[in-house]
Design a binder for this molecule. Sequence first.
Ligand SMILES: [Zn+2]
Ligand SMILES: [Zn+2]
Length: 328
Amino acid sequence: MRHRGELCGGLPGLTLPLPLPPIVDLQLTHDALLSSTLNHGLKVMGDRWTAAVLLGAFTGVKRFEDWQVQLTIPRSTLTDRLGKLVKLGLLRQRPYQERPRRQAYHLTQAGLKLYDQVLMIWMWERRWGQRARSLPGYLRHKSCGHPFLPVLACTACSEKTGMNDLTFSLQPVPELLLAENLSRNARVTSASTQSMGQGLRVDRWSLLIVTAVVLGCHYFDELGRVLGIVSSVLARRLSGMVETGLLLAQPDVADARRMRYRLTPASRDLFGYLVCFSTWASRDYLQQPSAIRPVHKACGHRFVPKVLCSACRAPVLPWEVSFSDKPD
Ligand SMILES: [Zn+2]
Ligand SMILES: [Zn+2]
């Protein structure tokens, strides 16, 4: 089914009456969003520290102390995230010193499959993140010898692809929807103690809200319905995202009392990460189809992302890239 997109609407200067944007099927969007591989993947990997630790691993960090220095991450948080990544089979430990015994952390074959999304995180952090200065500023593609930027492209036709080049069909996955409902019911008693993740620029909830806006939900009641969260919590999350520049809130043209939420350049730039992460979660983590299925309008194929080198247009593999602080 075709779905209302973020940028649907009229062309400026058009004199004919504009067609009304199709109404979002809120129940279908709710079921698809909550049973998406994105949502279920983000539950295990969707906090900013996990993403930051992984980014470090791909830029060559292997020792506990080096992550601590690079990220200024609390010791217990780093222990927890490294333990989780080892448990997920994405990192493995190898001793690098016998006495006292010290462990280094290496990416596994499964961990290397996260590379596309890590390149997308690198791009986003470099442009919008608060950690830009602690990140290597340049990538070099060893195969072609050139500095490059990662380019998101369609696997079927190899063309560069952005959010506006896609339509989305929604097909909820019953098994994952059931798992979501069960976990929500189990959390009801502890809901009041859950942290809002204050101070986090991008977390699981902000990524889900961005996705809901991509799928055409622009109003408070629509977002509350598709995310299935109570008004007070949604209000806090939305105002936090407006403050940190991830959403724009504008009075609706038809009813100024109603706010319309739109993506900003910073949240639009998260799209590459969202689609690479969702694909990884579907293929390599959950082995389930994604409930949110992008189709590349230009070639008509289901959109499966791949990341290309901007210089030679070849797919980028982790061992073919060097990171540096200088362009040469
Ligand atoms: Zn294509
Ligand atoms: Zn290249």
